[in-house]
Design a protein around this ligand. Structure first.
Ligand code: G1P
Length: 914
């Protein structure tokens, strides 16, 4: 990436493993950091220790929050110190006194240090002569635990007598209760104090799931250095804050009150908002002397075994050891991919991008402060796109993941939208929300094709898998009244047995049905929305031209894949559900593709033939004929799009119209100064085959002219003006925000990817660079290293951490920029590096996994060599010369050469460009 002006980089990397530090982090709003483990603990933490601690929608330990609460709510993790003669001070910075002093001379000095995945804030009050260093992490493993260590140091020249009190609000219930019966649900609280802390196990869970006995338990426990237990407890929030007090100026601390419950606990309280309020013994700190405290925040599926928990986590020694383990755990995960270019800052920044797909796998799209929606789980689209990154980072698990995911496909080519926790668990929609996102069917093939290219595992296509069914049929246009909500959700054949078909059959269905499901302009209907969730108000007449081109490219690639299947596996015929023959029309009764009504008529015949069940009879069809049919369909669409959807601008450039609205009107175009254009409309024709080579420079010029804004990068769309009630809610958002004209990372990265793919490397580089520069421009973006979902009108990085764009950026860097990609199992090297991406020794490298081997692919360029002006001159593998097998795109290394290598260790592929 291009070197950036680092004076604008608020945070600075401190080593080479992604660790960074930031001075005065509390002077930037909206900052938060993720702390998480594979066991389901999901925390977030701000520089003032705000954030939330939860293991799911119904099990929040701290109150659920939105990003605004990070600065406006007082209910955060806190650690208080009462200094004799000087009063109360919050080691987290959360006190009325510190807030009041925030802009003055007396403000605390603060510094943040963070890494994979730990968080430390050091805060010092020069006025009081005290410093607190608070380290937080969620230990790797299966326990739902967050750990916090507080080290207090006397930085004054006198002895300080201090009384510490930890205070963590224990909300202990479902996010739904925040608005619905917040008070009544506090009456359910059963609060227990014991030697190390406070535990809450509400008697019932009281939400829309019904009133059920609750078993989940929540606790805050602690110990001082040396193992000393707390000396008293404040389990009830209102008693801790006192009449007229608040969590940022609690009477119990400010007046240094003795706790009502003394050492050992044993007292049981009921029916109040709870608090993990732990008083530790007062201590006299000599100048320079420190004292440490460890806090354990835990969620248990039943009453917590506190002795075992504290034994495992509750000491400074255990904390320090586990922190190390945690760092190693996350480093190992992220370091499966590593980049080395001329810009070490960009290389380290990529570590955080590499982490992001893992975070999305763990959090879904919920449970971080911006992500204040959803109830956990992931959407269908995200499921498939997250697999793109997993194929690069954790390829071992992907085959079964993909196989399981296909069980979500319905026989009408649509899919389940409620996705369970377990792989392949799809849940019937009993809430009766009929909605089809028309893009959903397109992504699985893209991900599967990447898998096939990386692995060469063509047998995967012939694996059997079931189909999903619920009460929705004909893409939610009809209801299956015979479907019984208690029935399982597997499609059945006429004999009542579950029907299974090959993965290939599933893919064909997903891409064939949309071909016929067209609107009045003969493009595929927009239905509930496409990739842009915000285009959700054109379900009747809206058309997504851009996804029409995506489906067409899939059809062509599928046709080619079928021919490969024949060539490599000698397969001549395919067995498909007999009803599907209707969709392969050219095999027997060809449909006139120009006729919208003929297409729809054919689709209706198919729906009638497979009405949420199939006969179970399979037809054996010639593979060549199917491949011909698919190619014919694809070519028809390409021709249709180029003829009808190309907008030739008076300015000399041109672009593809991406949409029709619900009034059947073309969305994009220009009249005078008023230009309507979407980036999405361009990305899919470019990514696939719809954009003809001569159209590409025109599209690039139009994007630069209409969508590029130096301040915020490539906008998702130009300013349409008005709220577009015939298109979608996105246009209700102010222009320049989120899905209405912000720089939306996901589409920007895909645009970059498409440009690289089509050989427009300099242009693609500019796109990726813009994303990087905007993200690391801390002065404006105010975000930690990583890529945001979007950049707002003001340049702020929004919805940090959880975004599908990270998967795409990682994929683009490995497979396009560094050109390390699979070709049906063989390794293709096709680097697209520019001169200034090589370091001063002329090297650029990537570490990645291919053929179950870790490879360091090191490119060396004779001076000045770069994409376009050089080619691969020689390749050595662990020092031995590899005979070059040149193909049109680059150099191919047969998989067998790699699988002959030992599985352990890192293998060095040195590639010389000249
Ligand atoms: C989000 C959603 C993604 C959707 C996009 C546009 O993007 O997660 O599914 O396609 O908005 O509406 P992301 O968070 O992945 O950047």
């Amino acid at each position: 990436m291009n070197a950036v002006n680092h004076s604008k980089t608020g945070w600075v990397f401190t080593g080479s493993n992604g660790d960074f530090c930031l001075k005065q982090p509390d002077r930037s709003s909206f900052l938060y950091f993720p702390l998480v483990n594979e066991g389901g603990m999901m925390s977030s933490i701000s520089p003032k220790l705000h954030g939330q601690v939860t293991s799911g929608h119904n099990t929040f330990l701290t109150p659920p929050l939105s990003v605004e609460d990070l600065h406006n709510s007082r209910a955060s993790r806190n650690f208080w110190v009462y200094v004799d003669g000087k009063g109360a001070w919050s080691a987290a910075g959360n006190s009325a006194r510190q807030n009041a002093g925030m802009y003055g001379e007396e403000a605390d000095d603060t510094e943040l240090e963070a890494g994979l995945l730990w968080h430390r804030v050091t805060r010092e009050s020069r006025e009081l002569g005290i410093k607190a260093e608070i380290t937080s992490f969620v230990p790797a493993g299966n326990d739902k635990v967050e750990l916090m260590k507080v080290v207090l140091t006397n930085t004054s020249t006198e002895v300080l007598a201090v009384t510490p009190t930890a205070a963590v609000p224990l909300y202990a219930r479902s996010a739904d209760d925040l608005r619905d019966h917040r008070h009544v649900t506090s009456l359910l609280n059963r609060i227990y104090t014991s030697a190390h802390g406070i535990e809450v196990q509400p008697a019932l869970s009281f939400d829309e799931r019904g009133h059920r006995v609750n078993y989940t338990s929540y606790g805050v426990f602690g110990a001082a250095e040396g193992g000393d237990q707390p000396t008293g407890f404040f389990p009830v929030q209102e008693e801790f804050i006192g009449e007229g007090g608040s969590l940022d100026w609690p009477e119990a601390v400010v007046l240094n009150r003795e706790p009502q419950i003394g050492a050992g606990g044993g007292v049981h309280r009921e029916g109040y908002e709870a608090l993990g309020g732990l008083r530790f013994a007062g201590v006299s700190l000599q100048p320079g002397q420190s004292m440490s405290y460890v806090l354990v925040l835990a969620i248990g599926s039943e009453r917590i075994d506190i002795a075992a928990l504290m034994d495992k986590y509750g000491s400074v020694r255990a904390f320090d050891a586990m922190l190390q383990e945690n760092k190693t755990f996350w480093a190992d995960k992220v370091n499966t991919v590593e980049f080395h270019t001329s810009d070490p800052v960009a290389d380290q920044w990529m570590k955080w991008v590499t982490l992001q797909p893992v975070l999305r796998r763990l959090y879904g799209n919920s449970f971080l402060p911006y992500h204040d929606y959803g109830r956990g789980g992931r959407g269908w689209r995200d499921l498939w796109q997250d697999c793109l990154a997993l194929l690069i980072m954790e390829p071992g698990d992907v085959r079964s993941l993909l196989l399981n995911n296909y069980a979500g496909v319905r026989i009408d080519g649509s899919n389940a939208t409620i996705i369970g926790q377990q792989p392949g668990e799809f849940i019937a929609d009993r809430n009766n929300i009929p909605r089809v996102w028309m893009d959903h069917g397109a992504w699985p093939f893209l991900t599967t094709m990447l898998y096939l290219d990386q692995s060469g595992d063509l047998d995967f296509l012939l694996e059997q898998q079931s189909y999903f069914r619920d009460s929705f049929m004909a893409r939610c246009r009809e209801r299956d009244v015979s479907w019984d909500a208690s029935a399982d959700s597997m499609l059945q054949a006429a004999n009542g047995e579950p029907y299974t078909g090959t993965i290939l059959e599933h893919i064909l269905l997903q891409n064939l049905v949309p071909f016929f499901n067209v609107g009045e302009h003969n493009n595929i209907l927009l239905e509930g929305a496409d990739w842009n969730d915000g285009l959700d108000m054109a379900a009747q007449r809206g058309e997504s031209v851009t996804f029409t081109s995506f489906y067409a490219s899939n059809l062509l690639d599928l046709s080619r894949l079928l021919r490969m299947l024949k060539e490599r596996k000698g397969i001549e015929t395919l067995e498909l559900a007999e009803e599907m023959a209707l969709l392969l029309d050219s095999l027997h009764e060809a449909v006139d593709y120009e006729s919208v009504s003929d297409k729809r008529g054919r689709l209706d015949r198919y729906y009638a033939a497979a009405p949420n069940r199939v006969s179970g009879v399979r037809a054996e069809l010639a593979l060549d004929s199917i491949a011909d049919d698919l190619a014919r369909k694809a070519e028809w669409i390409f021709d249709h799009l180029r003829r009808n959807e190309w907008i030739q601008s008076a300015q000399g450039d041109g672009w593809f119209n991406g949409y029709y609205n619900n009034d059947g009107e073309r969305v994009e175009g220009e009249s005078g100064h008023n230009v309507r254009m979407t980036l999405t409309g361009q990305v899919f024709p470019l990514l696939g085959h719809a954009a003809a080579p001569e159209q590409i420079p025109q599209i690039i010029a139009a994007v630069e002219r209409n969508l590029y804004d130096e301040k915020i990068g490539y906008r998702l769309n130009s300013n349409f003006g008005g709220i577009q009630q015939n298109l979608g809610r996105a246009f209700g958002f102010a222009f320049g925000h989120k899905e209405n004209g912000a720089m939306f990372s996901h589409m920007t990265v895909m645009y970059g990817n498409a440009l690289y793919k089509r050989g427009y490397v300099k242009e693609g580089r500019k796109v990726l660079d813009s994303l990087y520069s905007l993200s690391v421009n801390f002065e404006l973006s105010r975000m930690y290293p990583g890529i945001p979902e979007y950049i707002s009108e003001q340049g702020r990085g929004m919805y940090t951490y959880l975004t599908g764009s990270a998967s795409w950026l990682l994929l683009t860097m490995v497979t396009e920029v560094f050109g390390v990609k699979g070709k049906l199992g063989d390794l293709l090297l096709q680097p697209k590096l520019m001169k200034d991406q090589f370091d001063q020794n002329g090297k650029a490298s990537v570490r990645t996994i291919f053929a179950e081997r870790q490879l360091d692919v090191v490119y060396t360029a004779a001076s000045g060599a770069e994409y376009g002006g050089c080619q691969i001159h020689s390749v050595t593998l662990n020092g031995a010369v590899v005979t070059l097998q040149r193909v049109s795109e680059g150099v191919l290394i047969p998989r067998s050469v790699l699988t002959a290598l030992p599985e352990e260790g890192v293998h060095l592929l040195q590639v010389e460009l000249a």
